[in-house]
Design a protein around this ligand. Structure first.
Ligand code: ZN
Ligand code: ZN
Length: 297
């Protein structure tokens, strides 16, 4: 493994998951207002199956606004109802159709990444669940051949029967899904911590990346979700906290931000939406990127 440079000279690609209330392009304006050059959005309500098709004016407005703001990396997060691992065939097929629609929306908008959760096996068992996710992805990719947008598997907290909390599982999905050129990985700090990866310890932090490198390849991490975690390491509880205000603490965020291996990877926060807190969390992350000196970070 290459030695880790202490500080990176590359520009930081940092932003937040932001609301599309008032129109998709409004999320871009909100990002610009926060001084962000990265953004994650839902392209529709994430808790509904019904999705209104995008109209050409919406697409044009999004693309024009984006062009007017200069360089801004944009990812989309898929809806929460999708479960590609479901043992129920009807739900699985509905999920596949929804994922195809999500990818079509990203492609139309010029969004490079669609982040999704692998799904929950719902009692069907881990091995079968992982196979179902992979075979669903094969169908999704066959229906969207030639698309530029990458399908990005997010690591999960492992709550309930959710799959993808161990990196072995994510590697298995990618192997079985066939076309690796269509797939990338999203690393969520709160989920990894909840799943039992104790990033607070520098040795374990490095050990985790050695594992990820061996299983997935660090170059396949396309996006970070930077979130602190409310519950203890290994709790399998998915609850995000403000940066530095949860169990993870500030230091590991500084390590990731200053880790030269990830300098060009976009990073977004998905911290609780409380007044003024996005700005505060982003300011803290920018400070941690610049200086390892604050509070022993
Ligand atoms: Zn997610
Ligand atoms: Zn996340």
């Amino acid at each position: 493994m290459r030695p880790v440079p202490l500080r990176s000279t590359s520009p930081l690609i940092l932003g937040a998951h932001l609301s599309i209330a008032g129109g998709l392009h409004k999320a871009l304006l909100r990002a610009a207002d926060l001084g962000c050059n990265a953004l994650q959005i839902f392209t529709h309500s994430p808790v509904q199956w019904r999705v209104k098709p995008l109209i050409p004016e919406e697409i044009a407005r999004f693309r024009e606004t984006r062009a007017s703001l200069g360089s801004i990396a944009v990812a989309s997060h898929a809806g929460y109802l999708i479960n590609l691992a479901s043992p129920e065939r009807a739900l699985r097929e509905r999920s596949i159709r929804m994922m195809i629609r999500e990818l079509e929306r990203c492609e139309a908008l010029g969004v490079a990444l669609l982040v999704f959760h692998p799904g929950a096996h719902m009692g069907g068992g881990e091995a079968r669940g992982l196979r179902r996710v992979a075979s669903s992805l094969r169908k999704i990719h066959a229906s969207t051949a030639g698309f530029e947008v990458k399908t990005v598997v997010e690591n999960t907290a492992g709550q309930g029967s959710n799959l993808g909390w161990r990196f072995e599982q994510i590697a298995h999905i990618i192997d079985l899904a066939g076309d690796a050129s269509r797939l990338r990985v999203c690393f969520d700090t709160a989920h990894a911590f909840a799943a039992g990866y104790d990033l607070r310890n520098r040795g374990l932090y490095e050990e985790m990346w050695r594992q990820v490198e061996g299983l997935i390849g660090l170059k396949n991490i396309a996006i970070f979700h930077l979130n602190d975690a409310t519950a203890v390491c290994g709790s399998l509880v998915d609850r995000h906290a403000h940066i530095g205000q949860g169990q993870i603490g500030q230091r590991p965020f500084g390590w990731i931000l200053r880790d030269g291996r990830f300098a060009r990877v976009m990073k977004v926060i998905e911290t609780p939406k409380q007044a003024g807190m996005d700005r505060k969390n982003l300011a803290l992350l920018r400070r941690l990127t610049r200086s390892p000196a604050i509070r022993g970070a």
